[in-house]
Design a protein around this ligand. Structure first.
Ligand code: ATP
Ligand code: MG
Length: 397
């Protein structure tokens, strides 16, 4: 079945917005959540590191690791939303999420205190690579299990490794199953004695490099987790399930630039490897195309204009100016044509996905007015969206 963004907003329970750095994931996530709320859903957008001005617009000026309700006045000034529509937003704060998990799932306040005070924990909880992705998953789990939302829109971190986000639960499971982790979890001081030779050698090497105190911190850290390990394991497995559910939708965002397109193709492939599918493709910041004439024709026109002979200086100047305009237009449309060709290479890999286009706007997107403008374009009736597409070269001509 061909999913479209409308389907994502109407029937999705979770919408994951992914794509390479800077293409418009956060913007798209916010717009999708707003549209959901406009259509009467109780929607929440989990943003990751939004630009400061957008964070301000969403009411996230202070770090808010819990969803905040946004006054409908701000996202629906005309009051034409469907009854029941609500919008919440939160900004993921990796460290607070991790601290929250520890406090929530520790067996006793003493255990959570021990972990929160541990040096190793304090160093890794915010900084360890992959922690952000993993915490986004934990947050998704929390909102899904007991948030009471109909639509959870998840923004993803700008990641050079395309699908760190999807792989985070599996990676955690691998870590928990790792022999070194198992040894570190042994709740006695005899961990070195019972460890295999390879693990002993490893720990000794690490001690030499980073110092015995650090290793002690690490060992204490893992041992403090005793009893919580199972919970991490269960939730990680549950998140994998949630992502495979029928009501989970993947929105792949890309810009039509070559590097972004290459990454988008890679994302599509990886999503497929996880037995998931891209449900909607958003091509953001597309250059419009002026007129229907191809760039080669415009270029030829510029060349033949330059060959015209005029006797008067003013006529020659006018001719040169006109030729320069044609040249300009040819170059601009060439960019648009190239973009269209790039986009095609993603479309063939996301065949089942509906596609929506957003033009390059002459301004940044950091307030509800601009978000509403993008919303009107993304959720425009099919004929209007088709029109945006038709203005791209290679189609409708
Ligand atoms: N169609 C558009 N036209 C013009 N500017 C846009 C458009 N869409 C987004 N922007 C601007 O581009 C910038 C990047 O957008 P955004 O933050 O949504 O991308 P992102 O994919 O979340 O980035 P990151 O990977 O860094 O998280 C923002 O400043 C945003 O306002
Ligand atoms: Mg972002």
């Amino acid at each position: 079945m061909k999913h479209t963004l409308n389907d994502v907003v109407d029937h999705g329970r979770i919408a994951v917005c992914c794509g390479s750095g800077g293409v418009g994931k956060t913007t798209t996530a916010a717009v999708v959540a707003i549209e959901g709320a406009r259509r009467g859903r109780r929607a929440v957008v989990v943003t990751i590191d939004p630009a400061k001005r957008l964070a301000n617009a969403l009411g996230l000026d202070e770090l808010a690791n819990e969803p905040r309700r946004i006054d409908p006045q701000r996202w629906d000034p005309d009051g034409d939303r469907v009854a029941g529509g609500e919008l919440f937003a939160m900004m993921l704060d990796t460290k607070s999420t991790f601290d929250g998990l520890v406090t929530r799932y520790a067996d006793s306040p003493a255990q959570s205190q021990r972990i929160l005070a541990n040096n190793f924990y304090r160093n890794i909880s915010g900084a360890l690579s992959g922690t952000q992705e993993y915490m986004a998953m934990e947050k998704l789990h929390e909102l899904h299990e007991d948030g009471g939302y109909d639509l959870i829109v998840v923004d993803t971190p700008p990641s050079r490794h395309a699908l760190d986000f999807l792989d985070a639960p599996a990676r955690l499971l691998r870590l928990l199953n790792n022999p070194i982790f198992r040894v570190l979890m042994v709740p006695t001081r005899t961990y070195l004695k019972i460890a295999g030779a390879a693990v002993q050698a490893f720990i000794r090497t690490v001690s030499r490099v980073v110092g015995a105190a650090v290793v002690d911190d690490i060992v204490t850290f893992f041992r403090s987790f005793e009893g919580m390990e199972e919970g991490f394991r269960t939730r990680a497995a549950r998140v994998v399930e949630i992502l495979k559910q029928n009501e989970t939708r993947f929105v792949l965002v890309t810009s039509p630039r070559r590097d972004a397109i290459e990454e988008a193709r890679f994302f599509a492939e990886q999503i497929g490897n996880h037995e998931l599918a891209v449900d909607a493709l958003v091509v953001n910041r597309v250059h419009p195309r002026f007129g229907t004439e191809m760039s080669a024709g415009l270029r030829a026109r510029a060349a033949s204009l330059r060959e015209l002979e005029f006797s008067r200086r003013t006529e020659q100047d006018a001719r040169d100016r006109l030729a320069a305009r044609y040249q300009n237009l040819a170059e601009f449309n060439e960019i648009a044509e190239r973009e269209r060709a790039y986009i095609e290479t993603v479309r063939v890999r996301t065949r089942s996905a509906g596609v929506a286009f957003v033009p390059y706007l002459p301004h940044d997107v950091h307030d509800f007015t601009a978000l509403a403008e993008i919303g009107r374009i993304l959720f425009a009736p099919a004929d209007i969206q088709a029109n945006i597409e038709a203005r791209l070269p290679g189609s409708g001509e």
